[in-house]
Design a protein around this ligand. Structure first.
Ligand code: FAD
Length: 320
């Protein structure tokens, strides 16, 4: 079923969903099941699976010369989606990137997903690769997520590459398309208005709903929702949530995700004396965030599990 149909069916109740990331290459599918098994009692209608493109690495040769090669550390997104749908009977939402894909690769990937009865995708640009500094699309790949959304939407309307138009309804894809939104602005955007303009373009191109970057101050989400609505976008906006439970995350999270942390959270984590105490602070903070978002009518709370089901389970138990 389409994600937006779940929202419509929920009639204002706040759903719950989770995001998992594929295990490191060589890892087993069991890692995903170990993360999700304890979370299924909360009845998520859909589960997202992240996509990780190849990364450049430099390997030192015996001569001392460094050779550049590329590896994919976390392959398997599509297989994991199929396994999740098979094991739990819930919808899986693969993330699909511009980065690393030509338009032809994208079309092939979407045909595979359609045949697997995957009905939802989260369309993203992806980040710049390490050592590249800025995002570089494949030759004949998409520059921005809006271009990717347009291609998916075209296929929903029977328009494929190579001037092929499919008139048979059953041969058209029927993807519900999610896109990313940034309550604290995407870090490359010159300002929030410009970022919102491009978010609007993603929706105009066929995006059906928005999932936000994580945030730790709900006011940022509420302000974002107001600004998005004022920009004339009426798509559902799903808050993305992650508990901050470790000291080093006070620096790593702002650096990796370009977001601010509220003073009170920083102080509480800094003042906590043990790992267990920091974990408790992070769980309680996330519970408080979740309860308020639920009370104020968020369509769904989307938790980034990062392989840590026990923390997410503790939060979900207190909220649902
Ligand atoms: P876009 O919407 O294309 O925006 C990128 C930047 O370009 C923004 O600054 C925007 O303002 C600007 N822009 C957009 N259109 C135009 C235009 N026409 N002209 C000029 N500027 C423009 N990354 C992964 O690699 N794998 C994942 O699985 C993954 N999952 C994610 C899930 C969520 C919920 C979120 C929020 C992010 C995720 N990311 C993932 C990270 C994402 O790929 C990065 O944040 C990336 O830098 C931007 O992706 P986007 O789809 O928002 O890009």
């Amino acid at each position: 079923m389409r994600v937006t149909d779940y929202f419509a069916q929920a009639k204002g109740n706040t759903l719950i969903s989770f995001e998992v990331l594929p295990p490191l290459k060589g890892g087993s599918m069991q890692a995903i099941f170990d993360t999700l098994d304890p979370l299924m009692e909360f009845k998520p209608p859909f589960i997202d699976v992240t996509y990780h493109r190849e990364e450049y690495v430099y390997k030192r040769r015996p001569s001392g010369y460094y050779e550049k090669s590329s590896i994919r550390k976390r392959p398997g997104t599509v297989g994991i989606c199929a396994a999740i749908m098979h094991r739990y009977g819930v919808d899986a939402v693969p993330h699909l990137l511009c980065g690393g894909f030509t338009k032809q690769d994208t079309e092939n990937a979407l045909i595979d997903l359609g045949f697997l009865d995957v009905q939802n995708v989260l369309a993203l640009r992806g980040d710049a690769r390490k050592f590249e500094g800025k995002f570089i699309p494949e030759p004949d790949g998409h520059h921005y997520a809006s271009d990717l959304v347009r291609q998916i939407n075209d296929m929903n309307n029977g328009i494929y590459l190579d001037d092929l138009t499919v008139s048979d309804e059953a041969s058209r894809t029927n993807f519900c398309i999610g896109v990313a939104g940034y309550p604290e602005k995407h870090f490359e955007a010159p300002n929030r208005e410009i970022d919102l303009r491009y978010l609007k373009e993603k929706i105009a191109a066929g995006g059906n709903y928005i999932v936000t970057q994580m945030f730790f101050d709900n006011q940022k989400y509420f302000d974002f929702v107001d600004a998005v609505r004022a920009a004339g976008i009426d798509a559902p906006i799903v808050p993305g949530l992650k508990p901050l439970t470790k000291l080093y995350q006070l620096h790593s999270i702002p650096r990796m995700f370009y977001i601010d942390l509220p003073d009170d959270l920083v102080k509480a984590i800094t003042d906590a004396k043990t790992d267990a105490a920091r974990l408790q602070v992070g769980i309680e903070w996330c519970i408080a965030q979740s309860k308020e978002l639920k009370e104020r009518g968020a369509p769904c709370l989307h938790y980034y599990t990062m392989g840590d089901s026990s923390t997410i389970e503790a939060i979900a138990k207190a909220v649902y």
